[in-house]
Design a protein around this ligand. Structure first.
Ligand SMILES: Cc1ncc(COP(=O)(O)O)c(C=O)c1O
Length: 456
């Protein structure tokens, strides 16, 4: 029986509960919460009662749904993550890596990778993806460099890749997976932004179907689920033991998982797999395609289209910084983007992105280009980003809880950083604890901060 059907059945049983959660399925809800959220959500919020299952050791209704999900995703096992891809990334690394193990990581990773490095005690070896200065974004790693690093570091245990990148740039996972198999290392793919791929292969090829041992996907990012619903999949032929993933998840997860989130994940997966779901994705793709075509026909607008996931629309207006375009869209049109950089602006789309929403954006950009509205000085252009190769003096776990001190940024050359410095979004680390501060870091950060935390 599905989780949803069981909750509906259980509600009809009219049981009298003396259990958590203490709102007793909405008998008490603080007034502001009910005003804003309504009652229905609370009415689905149960603990592990008779007939319910246990997310930390699923044997009943949750297991049934997860087994169905694994079939849908063509995985050996699928896991619900009620704390986002963040928890899946940490669990994947905890399951595969031991203290002192080397892990190769493409630097355009989410900052949760730092959490995983602290908790596993693994030692990062970084590979810099190629940087596209025209767009101000990281793209794929260089496959020859990858093989070279693996040749020089025979003790690397796993490779961690983010695909698609936050901005939608793609890496050829087929090729990477082939290289990983040749070097006998595990491949973890952060596919947080690719949760629609299993249902519309033209958007991207899901890593789980081309040899990645573990794939993590955020259902909330593109697939229309609540924050922070996400999934972890183990590939069919992978030697990763599902018990190791379950144990790792149990180590970092609450013992009171949210049934409303489980309901939302279950129904999202079944919906995505249904004909209605497929039509909905096709409609989204059609609307985005139409928007992109219109932008490409608009003078002075450029759209990033280099083998990318089109649900992430990255565009720029000639002679205008991304920050400037972003500010105009916000102040004059009430349009909020996901992220702006010096060169471009990123708009995230997903199942909730309607044709009308895209039309509004299209109209605003066409108007901006026509009138060439320039409301803001181009100050941000001075804050040029250059990719900086990290130098690891200590692994993040080695400096965890070590004594630190705040010093002036200008005096920090060659000191060991003790902060994760990552603009959010996208949360890609510029510096991590244990890394050496270089002159390029100081130059880049000097416009945004005065002080920095260093190892005492
Ligand atoms: C590339 C990438 N990976 C992982 C995450 C973390 O995902 P979640 O919010 O589901 O924990 C994010 C969040 O922004 C992300 O952009």
């Amino acid at each position: 029986m599905s989780i949803i059907n069981y909750i509906e059945k259980y509600r009809k049983m009219n049981r009298t509960l003396f259990t958590t959660p203490s709102h007793s399925q909405g008998e008490f809800i603080s007034p502001d919460s009910i005003r804003l959220l309504g009652k229905k959500f609370f009415q689905c919020d149960y603990s592990e009662l008779e007939g319910f299952d246990n997310l930390s050791d699923p044997k009943g209704i949750i297991k049934e749904t997860l087994d169905n999900a694994a079939k849908i995703y063509e995985a050996k096992s699928t896991f619900f993550l009620t704390n986002g891809s963040t928890s899946g990334i940490i669990a994947a690394m905890l399951a595969i890596l031991n203290k002192g193990d080397k892990v190769l990581i493409a630097r355009n990773c989410h900052k949760s990778v730092y959490n995983a490095l602290v908790l596993t005690g693994a030692v990062p070896v970084w590979i810099m993806p190629e940087y596209n200065p025209e767009w101000g974004i990281f793209e794929s790693i260089n496959y020859n460099n990858l093989a070279q690093i693996l040749d020089n570091n025979k003790d690397i245990k796993a490779l961690f890749i983010t695909n698609p990148s936050y901005e939608g740039a793609m890496t050829d996972i087929n090729r990477i997976s082939y290289i990983c198999k040749r070097y006998k290392i595990k491949l973890i793919v952060d596919e947080a932004h690719g949760a629609l791929w299993n249902f519309h292969r033209a958007l991207g090829i899901p890593a789980i179907t081309i040899g990645a041992d573990i794939t993590v996907q955020s259902l909330h990012k593109t697939a229309g689920a609540l924050n922070p619903c996400a999934l972890l999949h183990i590939e069919k032929n992978s030697t990763v033991n599902p018990d190791d993933i379950q144990n790792a998840l149990n180590l970092i997860s609450t013992t009171s998982p949210s049934y409303p989130l489980l309901v939302n994940m279950e129904s999202s997966i079944y919906y995505l797999f249904s004909n209605k779901g497929k039509s909905k994705i096709i409609e989204l793709v059609k609307n985005i395609d139409r928007f992109i075509r219109s932008m490409k026909n608009t003078a002075n607008v450029q759209v990033y289209s280099q083998n990318n996931d089109i649900t992430k629309i990255l565009l720029k207006v000639v002679n205008m910084s991304g920050f400037e375009l972003s500010n105009i869209l916000f102040d004059k049109y009430g349009i909020e983007d996901e992220l702006a950089n010096e060169k471009s602006v990123l708009f995230l789309t997903g199942l909730g992105t309607t044709k009308n929403k895209l039309k509004k954006l299209e109209k605003a950009i066409i108007e901006i280009c026509k009138n060439n509205i320039r409301l803001f000085p181009d100050d941000d252009k001075n804050n040029s980003f250059v990719p900086i190769e990290p130098t690891v003096r200590y692994s993040p776990s080695q400096v965890w809880n070590k004594e630190s001190q705040q010093i002036k940024l200008k005096d920090s050359l060659s000191r060991v950083c003790m902060e994760v410095i990552a603009d959010y979004p996208p949360g890609i680390p510029l510096l991590m604890p244990g890394e050496v501060i270089k002159q390029e870091h100081i130059d880049y950060l000097s416009s945004s901060r005065e002080n920095i935390k260093v190892l005492a």
